[in-house]
Design a protein around this ligand. Sequence first.
Ligand SMILES: Nc1ncnc2c1ncn2[C@@H]1O[C@H](COP(=O)(O)OP(=O)(O)OP(=O)(O)O)[C@@H](O)[C@H]1O
Length: 937
Amino acid sequence: MSKQDDSTLILEDDTYFPTSRQRGYFVTFFLQMKTMLARNYTLLKRSYLSTLAQSVFGPIAFILILYVLQKAVDSKNNTAVYHPDKYTLGYVDSCQGLDRADPCINIMYYPSSSDTDSIMRLFSQQNTQRAGFDNNNPLSIQYGGKFDLDVKTKISRKYGIVSVPSEDFIYNYSLNHPNTTTFGINFDVDRTNDVYKYQIWFNTTVQRNGTIPYNTRVLSLMRGIDEAIIGHSGNSVAKIDVDLKDWPSLPVGGSSESIIGTVGPMFFFSAQMIIFISFIITLVSEKEKRLRESMQLAGLKAEVYWLSWFLSYSVLCIICSLTIIAMGNILALSSFRNTNFVAMFLTLFIFNISMLGFGCMIVSIIGTSASAVLVSIYVFVIGLVIMGSLFTNPSFTYIWWGGSVSTTIRSVLSLLPFFNFGVLFVTISNMSAGTINSVTSVYIPGPGFKFADLNRAIPKNLIQSLDVGGDVPAVPFPGSFLVQMLINLLIFIILTFYFDNVVPNQFGVSQHLLFFIDPRYYLSFFESKKASSVEIENWINSLKTADQPLVGEDSDVTAERSAVRDPNIPYVLRIADLNKVFKKLNPFAKKFTAIQSTCLGIREGEILALLGQNGAGKSTTMNILSGVMPKSRGDALFYGTTLKNQRAIRSMLGICPQHDILFNELNAQEHVRLYGGLKGLSKLEIDNLIDKGLYAVRLHNVKNLQTRSYSGGMKRRLSVLIATIGSPRIAFFDEPTTGMDPVNRRHVWRYLENFKKGRVIILTSHSMEEADILSDRVAVMAHGKVVALGSSIRLKSRFGFGYKFSMIAKDKKSTVIVKDTIARKFPQGMLQDDSAGALIYHFSDQNTDVICDFVDWLEANQMDTSSDNDLKQSIPMPEPYLNQSGYDSQTHIKMPEPNYYDSEKDYATSTRLISTWGMSQTSLEEVFLKLIRENQQ
Ligand SMILES: Nc1ncnc2c1ncn2[C@@H]1O[C@H](COP(=O)(O)OP(=O)(O)OP(=O)(O)O)[C@@H](O)[C@H]1O
C-alpha cells in the first residue's frame, strides 16, 4: 500500500484483517483486564481535572472547611481558653486525696531562685495535710537537676512536690502526661524589695458530682505558700502578689478536636461521595451510551468490566485516603496525629471501596444518567442525615450497643458502609483526639489509637466517661467495623452480579429471577460452539412454522422459507421464522409486530443487503441476531450455533451499529487498541492494524485526535473498522456509510468488498447504489416483512418496469421512421414526450434480447459525430430470433412482424436517422419504490 495524497488513495486488495484467537478463561480474563485497565487509565487521565477533583481537591477542600469551621468555633469560645492550644492537658485524676494508685505528681514548681526552693521546703514542712500528703505518701521534694525524668518519660511512682528544670517543663510534661500533675507553681521573687510574686495553676477540667474539686484546695495551697513566704522572708509585711490560673482548659462545649470527632465522619463521607457519584455517573453513562454493550459484543467479560472499573477507582480511593491523612497531619489534627497510620488508612480506604461496591450495585439497577444523578443525591443526603443524627453525639455511638436499640435496627444499619465507618471513625477520634462529655461538656482526653487497638475493646473508662448511661455497653472491637465494611462490600458484589443479570437492559434482555440456581446458566460458560447434527436437525424440525408463507407473499420469499431449513443448501447463517413483537408502553395499546416470520439464508462470502423504509424492521433484525434484543419467536443458526449460545456467537460477530458507539475521550488508535485487546490480538497485530486498518479507512492522519472532534463520516469509518477487528466470521453493518462523502464511501465499499471474503455480512442501507454495488442478494423489507428477495438483477427483472428510451432524430422524416419502427417493435411502448425532435419512450417488461437488437439498430443508425459524413448507410434490423410462428425461440415471447421498416427502406438506406439517443434500465431505487408503494398499508 503506498501512501499518497488522500484524494488519490488507492487501496490494495489484501487489506489487513488479523484474526482473534480463542484462549482459556484465565488468559482471556487477564488480557482483557490489562486492556480495560489501560483504557480506564486513559479515560481518567483525559478527564484529569475531574479525576483530581475527586481524589485530591475534594478531600482537601472538605478537610479545610472542617478546619476553618473548627477555628471559627474555637475563636467563638476563645474566652475560655486560658492557655495556648498546644497545651492539650487532660483531666487530672489528682494525687490529692483521691487515693490514686497510679504514679502522679502533686505539685510541680520551677525554682527560679534559691528563695523559691527555700519557700517550697518550708511549705512542705508546714503543710503536709494541706498539700494532700498522707502517711502512705511521704513528703518528697526533688530539686531541679535531680529530677531525672525528661518531659517524655512517664514517672513510675508518686511524688509530692517536684522542682523542675524550667517553666516550660511544667507545660510540656503535662502535655505529654496529662493525668499526672495537679498543681504548677511559678515564682518571681525580688528578695531586695521583699516582693514575692507567684502564680498557681490548678486543674479545673475534672468535675466530680458537678463540682470542681480543687477550688478549695487552691485556697489552702495559697495560704500555705503565703505563710512559707513570710516564714522565709522573716517580714510579716512582705509584698505577696498571687495570680491564679486554671489548668489549661478547653473551650466551652468542646475541645479543639471536637468538631472533627463529631462532624468529621460526615465530612469524610462527603469527601468520599465525590468519588462515589463520579463512579456511578461514569458507569451508568457507559451503559446508557451502549459503550459497555459494544465492548461486551466484542467479547468483553462482564466480570472484567466491573472489576476493571472497581480497581481503577480503588486507586483514586487510595489517593483520596492518603490525601485526607496528609492534610490531617499538616493541619495537626490529633485525630490523625495520634492515630496509627495503617489503622487510619484502612478505615478510610475500606470505607471508600465498600462505597464503590454500593455504587456497583446501584449501577446494575439504573439505566440512565439522569437517574444516576438523582440516586447519588439521595444516597448522599440519606447518608448525611444518618451520619449527622448518629455521630454528632459521640456517646450516642456507643449507646447503640447498650441494649436500648434493637439488634434488628443495628443489623440493618450495619449493612450501610457509612454507619460502620461512622462508628469506627468516631471511636478512633475519641481515642486519639479525646472527646467531650455531652452532658458535662468536660473534655476527656484519649490515649491515642494504635494499630493493635483495632483488635482490642474500646477502653471502658472512655465509654463510661462519655456518659452513655447504665452499664458500659459491650461495643464491638474497632476492627470489627472494618470487617463489617468488607462484608458490606462482598454483599454488594453479590447483589451487583444478581441485578446485572436480572434487571432488563434497554431492550428488555434479562435472566429469569432464579437464574443462579439453574445449572444451564453455568453450563453456558462452557457450552460448545457448534450444535451437533442431531441438534441442527431438531432445530430445523422445531421451526416448522417457518414454512408457512404470509398472505400475498412473493414466491422467491416463500422459496427461501424452505431453503433456510434445507441442509443441502450451504447457508452458513440461517434465519428462520424470526418474529419480534413489542409491547406498547401504554397497556391499552395493541402490541406491535416489528418483524414478521422472516426467513433468510446467507452463504459464506456473501453480502445480504436489507433494504426498507424507516421503521421497516432492519435494525431490529440485526439487534436480535446480535443478541442485544430478545426475539419473540423463531431462531437463527450461525455456523451451526443457535441464537441462545450468545457467548459463542459473540466470538464470531462484528457489529457496526446504526449510531456510532465511540468513546469521546479516546482517539482512533486507542479504540483499535481497546477492541483489538478485547478480541485477543497480539500487540504486534494491533500495531499493524493501527497502521494498515486506519489507513484503509482513511483515518491514519487523525489517529491521535480524540473522536469527539471527528466528523460524522470519520466516526462512521472508525465504527466500520472496529466491526472488522478480530476478523469476525459474521459482521453486521447498519447503514455503514451514512454521512460519508462519495469518495470515502467508495473507500469503505472497497474495504467491505475485501472483508467479505470467507465471511458473512448483513448490511442495511438507504443507499440503493450501495446495495446494488456491494450486495450479492437484497432483501426488501416493509412493515416487518420481507417482500422481495434476490440478486439486484433479479429484483430489477422481476419487479422492474422496463426501459426508458430517449432520442433526437435527424429530421422530421427520421422522426416518423423511428416512431414507426418503435411502434412495430414495441407495441406496448408508451410515448412520454415528442417535442422539438426529441422522443422519450417507456418500454415496460421487455425481453432483454429484443432490447439488445434495438440497441444495435440504434447504434447502426446513429450519425457519426466524429466526421461530417452523416450519410452513412442505414443498417437494417436483424431478425435472428424469430421462428416461423413469430415467437422468440428462447423466451417464447411474441415478437413484432419483421417487415417493420420496409416502407421507409429507400430513405433509411440513404441516410442515418438518429442524432443522439440514450437507454436506461429501471434502477434498484425504482424497484424499491415500486415495492414500497405496493406494500403500503
Ligand atoms: N425498543 C423498542 N420498543 C418499541 N418499539 C420499537 C423498539 N425498537 C424498535 N421499535 C419499533 O420497531 C419498528 C422497527 O424499527 P427498526 O429500528 O428495526 O427500523 P429500521 O428498519 O431499522 O429503521 P431505520 O431505517 O430508521 O433505522 C419501528 O416501528 C420501531 O418504532
